[in-house]
Design a protein around this ligand. Structure first.
Ligand SMILES: Cc1ncc(COP(=O)(O)O)c(C=O)c1O
Length: 367
């Protein structure tokens, strides 16, 4: 029996995708081989990576002057690759600066990693509000190498809703936990990146969408594998890419296209989020800690209203345990913030959220 999996990542994949992958496991598309066994330079795999890129371009409306790269190292490696490629300088040259907005743990990590290679300036932070809102975004210095934001904050459940005005400074955004969840104007960004393990496919692939003019800026000392020009010139096949993961992303994208693409996804995602937020509004025992204007569609944390810490913890543990027994798994909040969190990515059906709110009502009745 399949459970409703509310994990923040790796997370649930659409069942038809898993079933298709299972069918094609020993013999993909009449080739007599699994995709896992194919040479990454074969014509069969070339067709897979080509189709996957074409689909992501079509679904996201990626303009022609952007490259799509399939890399490894997770979103975390992009915290280093972006400064290494856009802001690092040759030895002896004056250090550059880059701008950051601190909206949570991942945003902070991106700035900390960048500070090894440039002057990382945090222009605004919502740390004093426990990251429950998105702060107003000040303009960067005109000579900033880039301006970094975490578009959807997986742990605290906030998201950006307005594109910050960065002037001519390229906007870099971590869209790991919201890629393909709703339309995004790619042309407002210089670079976008996402680890695959939430809305795209299995862990192991990172999708990077980068504007042409930002490629080829890395100083000579940056290792070959960490340079965007290396991967752009070689069509993401400078070395062996995560072939099976790319194939799985392709299957997810086909599923998404058949479901109506991003406008349809946005509608379903809004409906799912609305169900849960509306439930929380009327709940006597749980509440959303996030400011209304900044609420994520993908990650919805909630906490007991109880004021005593010990009692709160007891309720949380019981909730997570009993929910799991009812087939609703991975509802514990991130270890850094506690509480509960429902991650309701594209693959989570409306029925999963309805099952969750029904369980919450039963649970509350027993408190
Ligand atoms: C917004 C965001 N950025 C970065 C990461 C780190 O991603 P990875 O594990 O792919 O390095 C995560 C992981 O959950 C995330 O949610």
């Amino acid at each position: 029996m399949r459970v409703f999996n509310f994990s923040s990542g790796p997370s649930a994949l659409p069942l038809p995708v898993l079933e298709q992958a299972a069918r094609e496991m020993p013999d993909a598309n009449g080739t007599g081989q699994s995709v896992m066994e194919m040479s990454h330079r074969s014509k069969e795999f070339s067709a897979i990576i080509g189709e996957t890129e074409a689909l992501i371009r079509e679904l996201m409306g990626i303009p022609d002057n952007y490259r799509v790269l399939f890399l490894q190292g997770g979103a975390s490696l992009q915290f280093a690759m972006i400064p290494l490629n856009l802001g690092a300088v040759e030895p002896g040259a004056a250090r550059k600066n880059a701008a950051f907005v601190e909206t949570g743990v991942w945003a902070k990590k991106a700035a900390a990693e960048a500070s090894k290679y440039l002057d990382a300036r945090t222009l605004a932070s919502s740390a004093d509000r426990e990251y429950t809102c998105i702060p107003a975004a000040p303009k960067p210095a005109p000579d900033a190498a880039y301006y970094h934001v975490t578009w959807n904050n997986t742990i605290v459940g906030t998201k950006w809703t307005i594109y910050p005005d960065t002037g001519a400074v390229p906007l870099a955004a971590d869209i790991s936990s919201c890629i393909l969840s709703e339309p995004l104007n790619v042309s407002r960004f210089g670079i976008l990146y996402a680890g695959a393990q939430k809305n795209l496919g299995p862990a192991g692939t990172t999708v990077v969408i980068i504007r042409d003019d930002l490629i080829g800026r890395a100083p000579s000392w940056v290792p070959v594998m960490l340079r965007y020009d290396t991967h752009a010139e070689e069509g993401s096949r400078y070395n062996t890419p995560p072939c099976y993961g790319i194939y799985m992303i392709g299957l997810v994208l086909k599923w998404l296209k058949a479901a109506g693409g991003l406008p349809a996804m946005a509608k379903i995602n809004a409906e799912k989020a609305e169900l849960l937020y509306t439930y929380l509004e009327q709940s006597r025992h749980f509440r959303s800690p996030v400011e209304k204007t900044a609420r994520s569609l993908m990650n919805i944390p909630f906490v007991p209203v109880e004021s005593g810490a010990a009692k709160r913890k007891e309720i949380e543990e019981r909730f997570v345990r009993e929910a799991a027994a009812a087939g609703l798994v991975n509802l514990a909040g991130h270890r850094l913030v506690g509480g509960m969190r429902a991650s309701i990515y594209n693959a989570m059906p409306v029925e999963g959220v309805k099952a969750l709110t029904a369980f919450m009502a039963r649970f509350e009745a027993g408190l």
